[in-house]
Ligand binder design. Structure first.
Ligand code: AMP
Ligand code: GLY
Length: 421
């Protein structure tokens, strides 16, 4: 097939790598990064109508959308109007990520477990609800804030201040003009991904992300510093509960709303006392979760995405490798505070057969110039290790990290600790 992948991160690289391994596709990335051009061709067309025109000319058989922005901007609707096959949710369905108020109302309407909440644009309403809660209290801006729109307030006063700053537009502009205030759920967090075709879905093995910059989950939030899957924190019973109580009613509900959900439903799950609660939905793969899930698939990735895009998932028998994957993110010196100077990346020649066969790099914030690869983004790359146990996969991922060098490289040393302690 001729396949177009939208996006430029490690997530998109890992999808490209999995497709490249099938050895039968021609791949295009828009815009891609300094390493995706080893897997296919990078193109740069910003206007989605123009891009659809290009896709028709190139006879693109399947388009896969990585990040949320093109989805909330309606790229899927434009491609479909041009009779192109594209895997991802429509603009309407993408509101599950684009608006926390919309998402919470869907959860409430269809009786899907989530934290008790109020959504409002009035300070007084928020304040009355805050008075019924005990700290910590969670305050969320309605719209997309690049992962920064959630405040965990340690007192009622702090929660009120966060609400007031959001509603006035001073903290997040228009994205904060409506807020969600909710009770704090105290449990452990999972990333779960359902591949959906509007009617049917396939739930992938559960992963855990590591959002804080520092070891032991300290310091500021990031896009994710590492992930592993499958996690032993999920047994068959919990997995079934997520399917029956969260994914199934969400797909049925979205159909009733006339916004059937196609694409990747990313469920941020908080497990409290053995019960799964929906923290949030995203309408795309997580990054770095995608980088560790792609290599665990035995079923060809192209089949999974193509069937997902053509309402044909019920005809797919999904198979996973009986392995674990651990991904360790290497970030730039100043991440997540500010940009860093470009730094040349040197990868040692890997001679250890064990590493050659069971580990690889997924490239993200990199630029290729003068025959050299430079770290130019916040999250630069992910070292992925595979193994028959989490420990084996983790050791291989860190083994590979030791072979990658650039000035200021920053990584956590405890990825997968929750599974190994
Ligand atoms: P969100 O973008 O809604 O997933 O929130 C970002 C992060 O804030 C989540 O990954 C959780 O770690 C935390 N969080 C959000 N909502 C809650 C909640 N109700 N209780 C506890 N932690 C939360
Ligand atoms: N790793 C979490 C995310 O992609 O949002």
């Amino acid at each position: 097939m001729n396949i177009l992948i939208l996006g430029s991160g490690g997530r998109e690289y890992s999808i490209g790598l999995a497709l490249h391994k099938e050895e039968k596709h021609t791949l295009y990335f828009c815009p891609g990064n300094g390493a995706t051009n080893n897997l296919g061709e990078n193109i740069n067309i910003k206007d989605y109508n123009e891009l659809a025109f290009w896709a028709k000319e190139k006879e693109i058989n399947l388009t896969i959308v990585g990040p949320e922005a093109p989805l909330t901007e309606g790229v899927v609707d434009i491609f479909k109007a041009n009779n192109l096959v594209i895997f991802g949710p429509s603009k309407d369905a993408a509101r599950l990520e684009g608006s926390k108020v919309y998402m919470k109302n869907i959860l409430k309407k269809y009786n899907i477990p989530t934290a008790r909440f109020i959504e409002t644009d009035k300070f007084e309403d928020a304040k009355s609800f805050i008075d019924t809660l005990t700290a910590p209290i969670v305050v969320k801006a309605d719209g997309l804030c690049g992962g920064k729109g959630v405040i965990i307030a340690n007192s009622k006063e702090e929660a009120e201040e966060a609400v007031s700053d959001m509603l006035s537009g001073s903290s997040f502009g228009d994205a904060g003009l409506k807020v969600v205030v909710e009770e704090f759920l105290d449990g452990y967090e999972l990333s779960m991904f359902a591949i959906c075709d509007g009617d049917d879905f396939i739930l992938l093995p559960a992963a855990q992300d590591h959002k804080r910059i520092g070891d032991g989950d300290t310091g500021p939030n990031t896009g994710g510093m590492g992930a592993y899957a499958p996690t032993p924190l999920v047994d068959d019973e919990l997995y079934e509960k997520v399917k029956q109580r969260i994914v199934r009613p969400t797909l049925d509900g979205m159909k009733q709303e006339n916004a059937p959900f196609e694409g990747v439903l990313f469920i941020g799950v908080m497990v409290v006392g053995g019960e799964p609660y929906t923290l949030e939905f995203n309408v795309r793969f997580g990054d770095p979760e995608c980088e560790i899930l792609m290599p665990l698939l035995k079923t060809p990735v192209s089949e999974l995405f193509y069937k997902g895009a053509t309402k044909d998932l019920s005809n797919l028998k999904i198979e996973f490798l009986p392995k674990f994957a651990v991904g360790v993110v290497m970030a730039s010196k100043n991440y997540p505070y500010s940009n860093s100077d470009a730094a040349e990346i040197i990868v040692d020649k890997i001679v250890d057969n064990d590493l050659i066969e069971n580990s690889h790099i997924s490239y993200a914030g990199v630029t290729f110039e003068d025959d050299k690869l430079f770290a130019t983004g916040g999250r630069v790359l992910v070292c992925v290790g595979l193994g028959l146990s989490i420990k084996e996969a983790r050791d291989r991922a860190y083994g590979l990290c030791g072979q990658v060098h650039f000035a200021g490289k920053k990584l956590r040393s405890d990825i997968a600790y929750q599974a190994l302690r």
